[in-house]
Design a binder for this molecule. Structure first.
Ligand code: NAG
Ligand code: NAG
Ligand code: NAG
Ligand code: NAG
Ligand code: NAG
Length: 248
């Protein structure tokens, strides 16, 4: 009898340890990333009753027993929230950049126990292609630029090697990063803009090779040639004058 009691106590202990372990795992905030204009489901099931809460707004959607829901509780999310009566997931439609924040799914399926799962949602724009413009034709300096945004980095690569990188906490600006290009290896350069949901890259434009230094050198040689020819003509003129003087 005594040993049975001890066993029960041990078992109970095991169960509560397991439960509390599960509880702490459940209450951990999950990071989720979203893309502006797409839909996002919070992967936590509410099948009978529960709610979805957002930041300071509190309840934004409610599930009532007998598979009924109200997902238009708050004007801001009106017609943008959906609850699936089969999976039990809440879905936020047509994500906006300021939908970022903390969402909590409260599950009261079991009348006694309430479980919660918190999601930290961050919404990003899909990046546009960076622009590479020729800044200085002669030294072959190009500038790569892209609109800044949440966690955007702009980098120059040569082959697989990263040459330089920039980012800024000021989201209002255009990020730009200059680079002096070795025109012999123009094709090996790549400018890449990246954020957690997208990546876009651009190559060095041809305008740089048009100002190829060999052509610039050619131009210089031409002007030297012209100068030489002009001075030769002067020399001829001078010689003619001298001859005229001699004749006189
Ligand atoms: C579940 O949702 C679908 C479509 O939203 C609806 O047609 C169906 O009747 C719902 N099921 C129940 C049990 O309410
Ligand atoms: C580069 O050269 C082109 C043509 O040679 C010229 O139109 C353009 O203005 C130049 N750009 C710069 C930044 O000097
Ligand atoms: C990287 O870019 C910054 C900003 O233009 C510049 O000051 C720095 O010298 C560059 N670093 C390298 C290694 O090119
Ligand atoms: C960002 O831009 C908006 C309008 O475009 C402006 O109202 C705001 O002051 C700017 N913020 C910063 C930090 O420059
Ligand atoms: C220099 O001028 C001469 C005579 O006009 C010409 O034959 C030669 O090709 C020129 N050289 C260059 C580099 O332009």
């Amino acid at each position: 009898m005594k040993s049975i009691k001890v066993e029960w106590a041990l078992l109970w202990c095991h169960v509560s340890v397991l439960c509390s372990a599960q509880h702490s795992a459940l209450s951990e905030t999950r990071q989720v990333k979203g893309i502006v204009g797409t839909d996002l489901s919070f992967p936590e099931s509410v099948l009978k009753s529960g709610s979805l809460l957002y930041g300071d707004l509190g309840n934004i959607a409610q599930v009532y027993p007998v598979k009924q829901s109200n997902t238009n509780l708050v004007k801001r999310f009106k017609y943008r929230l959906h609850w699936n009566n089969v999976t039990g997931f809440f879905t936020l439609l047509d994500l906006q950049i300021d939908d970022s924040g903390v969402y909590t799914v409260e599950n009261t399926d079991e009348d006694e126990e309430k479980t919660t799962q918190t999601f930290q949602l961050t919404v990003y724009y899909v990046l546009s292609k960076p622009q590479v413009t020729v800044h200085d034709n002669i030294s072959c300096t190009v500038v790569c630029s892209v609109e800044n945004g949440r966690e955007v980095t702009l980098s120059w690569y040569k082959g697989g090697e990263i040459l330089n990188q920039t980012s800024s906490p000021d989201l209002n600006i255009t990020l730009s990063l200059p680079l002096k290009v070795d025109e012999q290896n123009r094709d090996s350069y790549r400018c890449e803009a990246a954020n957690p949901v997208s990546k876009e890259s651009a190559d060095v434009p041809n305008s740089c090779i048009e100002s190829d230094p060999s052509k610039v050198t050619g131009k210089n040689m031409y002007s030297i040639n012209v100068t030489l020819q002009i001075s030769r003509q002067y020399q001829l003129l001078y010689e003619t004058i001298s001859m005229v003087e001699l004749i006189l």
